[in-house]
Design a protein around this ligand. Sequence first.
Ligand SMILES: Nc1ncnc2c1ncn2[C@@H]1O[C@H](COP(=O)(O)OP(=O)(O)OP(=O)(O)O)[C@@H](O)[C@H]1O
Ligand SMILES: [Mg+2]
Length: 443
Amino acid sequence: MKVRDSYLEKWEDIRVRDRSALSRIARPRHSGMTAATKLLDELCHLSVQSMTSLETEDHFQVVKLLGEGSYGKVMLVVHKKTGSPMALKYFLRASTSLFSFLREYNLSLAFCAHPSLTRALGIAYRTPTHYVFAQQVGLYGDLYDLIVPEGGVEEGSVQRVVSQLSGALAHLHAHGLVHRDLKPENVFLCDPAGSWVKLGDFGMVKAVGSRIQEVWYSSAYCPPEAQGARRGGAGAPLWVAADPSVDCWALGILTYALLTGALPWAETACCNPAYRRYRDWVCRRRCCCRRCCCCCCSSSPSSPSPSSPSSPSSSSSPSSPSPSSPSSPSSSPSSPFPSPSSPCSSCSSSDAWGSELSQGPGPRVAPQFRGFTPLACSLFRALLDPRPRLRGRPGDALAFLGEEWLRGEERSRLEAERKRRSGGEGLRTLSHQTSHNDSEVLA
Ligand SMILES: Nc1ncnc2c1ncn2[C@@H]1O[C@H](COP(=O)(O)OP(=O)(O)OP(=O)(O)O)[C@@H](O)[C@H]1O
Ligand SMILES: [Mg+2]
């Protein structure tokens, strides 16, 4: 099942067949109406007036299909008057509410003025069967096409992509928006090598703090805090506040997938041995008294704070991460976790972060992270902290750029694998397979 299909959002289920039904469309009840959502609402009301009926062929030369989704399809077209290539995103009117269409269009138009976000181009219209809007096009496919299974992508390219995506996410977060669907197939390539990428697909975007139903899905991209919804099963839905930390988690998983061509675990679930080994590694580093180890498993329908307590310091040197970065975590006044300088009684000095970093990952490092340098391990622990409120922010990644992330041996192994497998199958099916790390941990 596709990740997106898993999300059942009440107000998006409204089916609107009537042309001018916007005023009759039920609205989501946000617990926190941000400036972004107010503006978005206003833009939707305004743009509904300028939605004209057009025949695509009168204005565009259709070149080819770029992709398909549950909502409709995306076509590569050339604007007949200007000669500009663009993507036309078609939403089936039978199954798309006018409001959700206009919301995605206006979001892409008004909040995506960033070189690594896919911006709408000011054209929205209806045909007898579809709502359509024009968007900047990534002419060279998406990130999935770039990733060689078990070989990943060359490290320099990975750092370029991570740098751009962290900027794109930081831009959305600064506007009070959470993307909630970062994955390789939603990152479009603007050149064959992937030196310039654009994050797209804003169908899942929510305002920070808005009330959403938590959904757990079987994927590494699903953050650990969603497990409450899994255990809830058929019980009452778990309502949470949309939080930017979910994007940070996805950026961490994406970074791992780009570097290695694999996922660190098949699904983020405490019953998954590979994930559990990782969680134990990270949580033990932070607090060996284990008070925190299972906090990611507890289904607390909390209202997570919009920002994590660790504030990013992109100006700090990559080799000496900022005091707020995970390699030297600070404990905020509200944090229940002790800082390494005041360890709990069961802390041993050999378990301290600094010691582990200077010695490099030893046997305690989760197996699937042993090929990374201590610097990269710090980056992963920042982006992939199982506890959302201790998780970093996408911008934290900037402090880790420019230095090596892969150990020499691992780099050579991956390079050889890329040579051997290049031109083969893509990673697109990877999330449906058992992660090789599961079997490694099980062995
Ligand atoms: N602006 C674009 N430029 C290039 N390719 C695009 C663009 N927009 C979408 N695509 C292609 O179309 C595919 C589907 O588009 P999109 O991600 O917007 O839909 P989706 O929401 O993922 O669909 P689903 O409902 O299945 O989740 C993408 O994975 C990508 O390959
Ligand atoms: Mg998509």
